[in-house]
Design a protein around this ligand. Structure first.
Ligand SMILES: *Cc1c(COP(=O)(O)O)cnc(C)c1O
Length: 427
């Protein structure tokens, strides 16, 4: 598998049928699984034997799709979750508890910001946000003795800042904690954060991986590279007996490569129950089969739209990491040499009112709380995804009230440009 191209992994990884078995991944639409003896069932409950017993914990359809995503990211193990929010929460909560602390980039998705800054704070998990461009001193000062993870997004939604993955990974590792990277926007087609030192990768599969606006979902991939035992005192959940599982020590029993995902499945999924439905996992796999074909077209449209907007006098600024004028151009060239995403953000000269007028005049592009779909869509973050933030928080996340987030779909490039041209004329 390691020597296969991303294209082949998109199409083939995760499921290899035997003779006479279904060519496409079967949708195992069953809550439960049957066994002949209680003894066998008991071994499954003790994690002594491998097998399925209840879909809240594991399901064969989900496992096949998770295995494909692990192969795409170059990870050791992966799991699906019901949403991207659940993926990020599980990835953090698997190693954090009350009195822990998280260092996070301030340029992240609004929902993840709320999760870390507000909801996890109510659980006693503290956080410090740093700008992705912070100085080495600022980054160093963000860490505390109780820091348990560093979190960032490869390309931030919607600010489009590019994370310096190597730099954040080094800072995390210098403090004995893992780097978790949400890789939703570039997908493993354009960036594989594990290759740059990230330890855990998360996804909102709702976006490009699904790609057709069909199913909300998430995924967590563990690289298997983080040595939990070397920092055992920081991660007791992985390195000391789990009383809710007959005293299993995950990092001992399942090793460095298996501990993180096994714990997240057998403990968090068991107790919090955020499984992806097998039906949605099947749809997700259909999306993954063409991910490597779709991403270049999303990117091509994004670049063309960004270049067009940059020339308009009704637009004051355009953000697209692959524009030479973009502040993150150098990082994009390093981490995303073949492309990033189809998302462009820009500010209109007339502020909030102009943004609303522009969006109302669009014909092809629809106003949606969505991004990364086959159909072009756009959003005004200040009045939608980020409306819980005050002006200071908006500024820290890189969002102005005049900003429009424009997600280029798979339509013909000329048609998208023509739609934008007539909408700009209507302002
Ligand atoms: C959408 C998104 C999420 C949340 O995912 P859901 O599937 O909507 O729960 C998390 N991170 C990023 C970068 C996103 O774009």
């Amino acid at each position: 598998m390691a020597d296969q191209t991303i294209a082949t992994r998109c199409v083939q990884a995760g499921y290899t049928p035997g003779d006479g078995e279904p060519r496409q991944i079967p949708i195992v639409q069953s809550t439960t699984f049957k066994y002949a003896t209680s003894e066998h069932m008991g071994q499954l409950f003790d994690l002594e034997a491998e097998g399925y017993f209840y879909t809240r914990l594991q399901n064969p359809t989900n496992d096949a799709v998770a295995a494909k995503i692990a192969a795409l990211e170059g990870g050791a193990a992966a799991m699906l979750t019901s949403s991207g929010q659940a993926a990020n929460f599980f990835a953090l909560f698997n190693i954090c508890e009350a009195s822990s602390h998280v260092v996070a980039s301030s340029a992240i998705y609004g929902g993840t910001y709320n999760l870390i800054a507000h909801t996890m704070a109510k659980m006693g998990i503290e956080s410090t946000f740093v700008s992705p461009e912070c100085t080495p001193e600022e980054l160093e000062a963000a860490f505390r003795p109780n820091t348990r993870a560093v979190f960032g997004e490869t390309i931030a939604n919607p600010a489009l800042d590019v994370l310096d993955i190597e730099r954040f990974a080094k800072a995390a590792h210098d403090h004995g904690v893992p780097l978790i990277v949400d890789n939703t926007f570039p997908t493993p087609v354009f960036c594989r954060p594990i290759e740059w030192g990230a330890d855990i990768v998360t996804h909102s599969t709702t976006k490009y991986m699904d790609g057709h606006g069909v199913g909300v979902g998430g995924a967590i991939v563990d690289s298997g590279n983080f040595d939990w035992m070397a920092h055992a005192e920081k991660f007791p959940g992985l390195t000391t007996p789990d009383e809710s599982y007959h005293g299993i020590v995950y990092a001992e029993k399942f090793g460095q490569a298996g501990a993180f995902i096994t714990k997240a499945t057998s403990q968090l999924m068991r107790d919090l129950g955020s499984i992806q439905s097998p039906q949605n996992a099947f749809y997700l796999n259909m999306g993954l089969e063409s991910l490597h074909v779709r991403m270049p077209q999303h990117f091509k449209n994004g670049l063309a739209v960004a270049e067009f907007l940059e020339k308009s006098d009704k637009v004051t600024s355009v953000r697209f990491p692959h524009l030479p004028s973009d502040p993150y151009y150098a990082l994009a060239q390093k981490y995303l040499p073949e492309g990033g995403s189809g998302v462009v953000s820009f500010e209109l000269a007339g502020g909030r009112a102009a943004a609303e007028k522009f969006m109302a005049a669009l014909r092809l592009a629809a106003i949606e709380t969505h991004v990364a779909d086959a159909r072009t869509c756009c959003l005004h973050p200040a009045s939608a995804t980020h409306r819980q933030m005050n002006d200071d928080e908006l500024a820290a996340a890189g969002i102005s009230p005049a900003m429009v987030r424009f997600s280029c779909g798979l339509e013909g490039t000329e048609d998208l440009i023509a739609d934008i041209e007539q909408a700009l004329a209507a302002i």
